[in-house]
Each structure stands twice: as C-alpha cells, then as structure tokens.
Write a protein of this length. Structure first.
Length: 91
C-alpha cells in the first residue's frame, strides 16, 4: 500500500486547486454584488438629485407665477383707481 490515503488533515494538490477556485468565485461574486450595490446607490442618488432639482424648478416657477399675479393685481387696482379718479373729475 504505497499509495494509500492517509488522513493527514492536509488537502491534496487537486483539492487545494478546487478550494482556491471556489474562493476566487466567491470573491468575484462579492465584488459583483458590491459593484451592483454601488451602482444602485448611485442611481438612487441621481434620482434624488433630479427630483430635488425638479422640485426647485417647480417652486421657482410657482414663485414667478405668484409674483406675476401680484403685479397684475396691482396694475388692475391702479387702473381702477385711475379710472375712479377720472370719473370723479368728469362729474
């Protein structure tokens, strides 16, 4: 029995290779998972930025509209006052 297997607690050369390959696959899988997580986080951040920019633009547009409405109301009031003064002068 020159070639008998003895339980030495050590792995043979083929087993070591298989184990190394498994470890490499696991590491590659972990790296892929990390990359996917990073990419999804980046996408989330970009979406949040776009949403916040969209909200800011909406707020700015609303403010501009409010200002325009206020200006129009003031102009209408001035015109009414001027119109009332002219009518008072005519009488």
């Amino acid at each position: 029995m020159c070639c008998a297997l003895r339980p030495t607690g050590r792995l043979g050369p083929y087993e070591e290779e298989e184990e190394e390959e498994e470890e490499e696959k696991e590491e590659e899988g972990e790296v892929k998972e990390e990359e996917e997580e990073r990419e999804s986080e980046e996408k989330d951040e970009e979406e949040e930025e776009e949403e916040s920019e969209g909200k800011e633009e909406e707020e700015e547009e609303e403010e501009e509209e409010e200002e325009e409405e206020e200006e129009e109301e003031e102009e209408e009031e001035e015109e009414e006052e001027e119109g009332g003064e002219e009518m008072g002068k005519r009488r």
